[in-house]
Design a protein around this ligand. Structure first.
Ligand SMILES: [Zn+2]
Length: 115
């Protein structure tokens, strides 16, 4: 994982107004940046929220990879996995979702998980 992508992801996630701050970045086949999204709460739908990764799949085409990250208020990455619905959608679209988090801010990507 490129450190710039992780940094961008953290910055974006911090703009989420949810307690669980989640952001996703879409990359093309070449690894170029396509777009980003954060999770959000939909007030009208009980228990419903918009998943950042699903927003990307709705908004953009030509996505090959989605980088998914969750942070706390200090911007430290926390473990996250895409839900089963997003996983299924991504599979049907041929998109790989990569969850990323680390212990030391942006230095080490401890455990990228590929679904
Ligand atoms: Zn989801």
């Amino acid at each position: 994982m490129k450190p710039e992508v992780t940094k961008r992801l953290v910055k974006k996630a911090l703009t989420s107004r949810c307690n669980q701050k989640v952001a996703a970045i879409a990359l093309s086949k070449k690894g170029d940046y396509i777009g980003s999204a954060v999770n959000s709460i939909r007030m009208l739908q009980m228990g419903g929220g918009k998943h950042a990764e699903r927003e990307l799949m709705k908004r953009f085409t030509g996505i090959k990879t989605i980088i998914l990250g969750r942070v706390n208020k200090s911007g430290e990455l926390l473990p996250i996995h895409p839900c089963s619905v997003c996983s299924e959608i991504s599979k049907s679209l041929g998109i790989t979702i990569i969850s990323v988090w680390n212990e030391n801010k942006f230095d080490l990507v401890r455990k990228p998980v590929i679904f």
